[in-house]
Design a protein around this ligand. Structure first.
Ligand code: PEP
Ligand code: MG
Length: 594
């Protein structure tokens, strides 16, 4: 590994823009780090805050533990299960909780020190008991202790970041992105990561500019350095000199002006230059994003991810009421447009520690596979959705994720029918017209799409996964990010097959992967015959602006040319030509408006 010897001004690092944006701020190197206890006493005024932090850590670690326990029960490995069971019990032991809180109060020490001391009492007790069974469990106890301490320290570190902070870190988890965003950081820079990893998707949803794949950012930067994150140039500038700083201040102002211009398109219809209507819908991950549906004039919700509910719930078996509330919230959007609710799609990179348990998590226990193994989980989610759908008849579309065989889909459909029947028997209103669709994200579904199209009410193409599974390129691995090409002709061919199957069976076909939010790709998709695009609401104006400047025939020609490409070079050439054309059309439009 190359040693970084000096901290030169104007050091430039290249990466990939997971979330576009241009910001200047102060760098904070963030690392999950090792256990290091701070024994310093607390000011009396901070005691309640420290107890809250401990309770938050208990909830967060509880969530991880429950996920792991559920995961292990699917593995049928009794050793792992019993270890996790012990840890789970320790974590939920009311005596442990009470003694940590008592220590914080009485001794006025930090949560991390109180946890350490409280656990030490248990450890000493077990050691002196001489019971070999209990002694073998000591390492499990220490593991829970360390998880809790790490979690409180993480919360401390994260809550310390100010509003001008740009986080620099090796890698980032979806949960950390949420914590950073809620603390109002300006941006995130990572050594590694993938463009369509769930951490990137969440950063996008929360509007936090993020550059990934810089390889050495954590070693080249120091906490406190001024840093520029320039997503448009896929670049990070550490310690800019005076001249560069001035230049970028102007550049940031210019971008803010452009953003304002873009906002003008918000109230205009989403149609091509020749008047073909396109439905631009919203991808929603969090309750607080729902306001953005109306703000950016999305035509309904094209993808309501329910996975993020887990992040706050503390358990994989989510509380039904909580799920109902989440879905009910989504129906609060202004018009009566439809809402596509996707069933839980955890696994892959979406549950913190679980990925370490499987050799190939993206090919493993994920999405519908978990739902069919955990029927109670599936049934509780279906009941929540069907109850809410019953209050808004005709508006709900239900989407099944990570399907790879027709049997899985039929099984879920059967469960939905059972749930509706059960509710009807209890006189709970249901939506008889609820539409059930499948995510087209595994090539086996795309290949058998004519068969699937006969069983579903709509198709939704998940290009993030369809690309990774078709090209065998991990969506979260920046070592191979240049191979991750959602517009590769093989992916486009599968999309075109889905469009044709949709036409034959007269069912709608939507795209809800990140590809839909790329103005160039959106035109290719429309040219292929996709009339529903769903994306992070913030990105709708950019796509709408582009759509309004081209005719449908131009888009069709573009799509035909893309399908004829043999190499990635040919694809890049078409894209460059389009970018040139688009920039000319945009400046003509600007002149017309002036
Ligand atoms: C996709 O795979 O394109 C998709 C929309 O689902 P997710 O990103 O949640 O896997
Ligand atoms: Mg997917």
């Amino acid at each position: 590994m190359q040693e970084i010897k000096s901290y030169e001004p104007n050091t430039k690092l290249k990466g990939l823009a997971a979330v576009n944006g241009l910001v200047m701020g102060v760098s904070h190197i963030y690392s999950r780090g090792n256990i290091n206890i701070n024994p310093e006493p607390l000011d009396t005024g901070r005691i309640d805050e420290e107890i809250k932090k401990f309770e938050q850590a208990l909830e967060g670690v509880g969530m991880e533990m429950q996920s792991l326990t559920d995961f292990a029960s699917g593995l049928d490995d009794s050793d792992t299960e019993s270890i996790l069971q012990t840890q789970y019990e320790v974590l939920h032991d009311p005596e442990m909780k009470a003694s940590v809180i008592a220590l914080i109060r009485k001794k006025r020490i930090r949560a991390e020190k109180a946890i350490y001391d409280a656990f030490q009492k248990y450890i000493d007790l077990i050691k002196s008991s001489n019971k070999s069974f209990l002694i073998t469990r000591l390492s499990d106890l220490r593991d829970v202790r360390d998880r809790l301490i790490r979690s409180t320290q993480q919360l401390t570190v994260i809550s310390r970041f100010g509003k001008d902070a740009i986080i620099i870190t090796d890698e980032v988890s979806p949960l950390e992105v949420v914590a950073f965003a809620r603390n109002g950081v300006l941006g995130i820079i990572c050594n590694s990561g993938g463009l369509t990893s769930h951490a990137s998707i969440i950063a996008n949803a929360m509007g936090v500019p993020m550059i990934i794949g810089t390889h050495t950012a954590t070693r080249q930067a120091r906490t406190g350095d001024v840093v520029i994150l320039n997503g448009y140039e896929r670049e990070v500038i550490l310690r800019p000199d005076k001249e560069t700083t001035e230049l970028y201040k102007q550049e940031i102002n210019r971008h803010n002006e452009e953003e304002k211009l873009l906002r003008k398109v918000i109230n205009k219809p989403a149609e091509t230059l020749c008047g073909v209507q396109i439905s631009l819908q919203a991808n929603i991950d969090f309750a607080e994003e729902i306001l953005n549906v109306d703000k950016f004039r999305a035509e309904g919700i094209g993808l309501l991810r329910t996975d993020t509910l887990l992040m706050n719930s503390g358990t994989i078996g989510m509380d039904r009421k909580r799920q109902e509330l989440f879905c009910q919230n989504a129906f609060s959007i202004k018009d009566s447009s439809s809402i596509t609710i996707r069933l839980l799609d955890v696994g892959g990179d979406k549950l913190l520690d679980i990925k370490n348990q499987e050799a190939n998590p993206f090919l493993g226990w994920r999405g519908v596979r978990i739902l069919l193994d955990k029927r109670e989980l599936l049934r509780s989610q279906l009941e929540a959705i069907c109850r809410v759908a019953g209050q808004h008849p005709g508006r709900t579309r239900l989407l099944v994720p990570m399907v790879s065989t027709l049997d899985e889909f039929i099984e879920v459909k059967h469960e939905i029918e059972q749930t509706q029947h059960m509710l009807k028997c209890q006189n709970v209103p249901v939506d008889e017209k609820i539409r059930i669709g499948v995510m087209v994200e595994v090539p086996s579904v795309a290949i058998q799409i004519r068969l699937f199209a006969k069983h579903v009410d709509f198709l939704s193409i998940g290009t993030n996964d369809l690309t990774q599974y078709t090209l065998a390129v991990d969506r979260g691995n920046n070592l191979i990010s240049s191979l991750y090409q959602p517009l590769h002709p093989s992916v486009l061919t599968l999309i075109a097959m889905a469009v044709n199957a949709g036409k034959e069976n007269q069912i709608p076909v939507a795209v809800c992967g990140e590809l839909a939010s790329d103005p160039f790709a959106a035109q290719v998709l429309i040219g292929l015959g996709i009339y529903e695009l769903s994306m992070t609401p913030r990105l709708i104006p950019g796509v709408k602006q582009a759509i309004r400047l081209f005719t449908f025939d131009e888009m069709k020609k573009l799509a035909d040319n893309m399908l004829l490409c043999n190499t990635l070079k040919e694809i890049s050439k078409i894209r460059e030509e389009w970018e040139q054309q688009y920039s000319e059309k945009r400046s003509d439009e600007k002149k017309r408006q002036e």
